[in-house]
Write a protein that binds this ligand. Sequence first.
Ligand SMILES: [Fe+2]
Length: 245
Amino acid sequence: MVKNLRRVIAAELALHKHNKVNRQGVVSANAQTYHIIENVLPAEVYQGLLAAVDELHSTAVRENSHWRKGQALGGHELKQSAAAPWLDYFSSQPFIEKLRSATGIKTLSLVPEVDTNRLSLLFYDEPPAADESGDGTDWHMDGSIYLGARWAGILTLIENTNDRTSKLELQPHGEVTKISKTNLNNSLVLFQGDHVLHRVRSLIGGERRVVMSLLFSDWPVRTLNPWLRRYQAQVNLAFYGSSQA
Ligand SMILES: [Fe+2]
């Protein structure tokens, strides 16, 4: 009990400091590893998600809804969407065991369901004619609200682009690393986005990219630090249009 309390306090202090300095490039050299796990979903789950994405996209276009181009659907909304029947697989033992054996991280788990970033869907579409810059994000470092190591997972559903490498790029150890498009569909890129700079290059006309974003931790306990929790709520609001968890 006391030992656990000490561990929690030490982790809270380390997390607070980490979030302050990681944007200045102060990151752990031990957190630069990334993993690419190909064929991560069984074919029927992957195909089911593709069909759901098509349906979500056409509904959005028909309704002219706000996430029509380059937008995100948070975990809470995703559960109410056409993708819902396929989401259980992500909580299944075969899936998590596959990731644990691929990474060697024995306690790797999805973060709790209350966190809308646990499992979300991101659409990147070609920019409107008047807008030169397609939806993308410049080099950045994520924040973390988890006491354990935070692992971001990008599962590519569709990446129809003119490039030979993925729009997603990482900078482990400060070196720009490109990810091959070969077998990119249905693969999961796992990296510590609060320690490794990353970006998504802009799309141009005719290109389309749809990914699922997953969030894992080896100790998925959320900080009690109110400043960090408030920061995360603001990020969620900007990203998903909802500040919920
Ligand atoms: Fe990020």
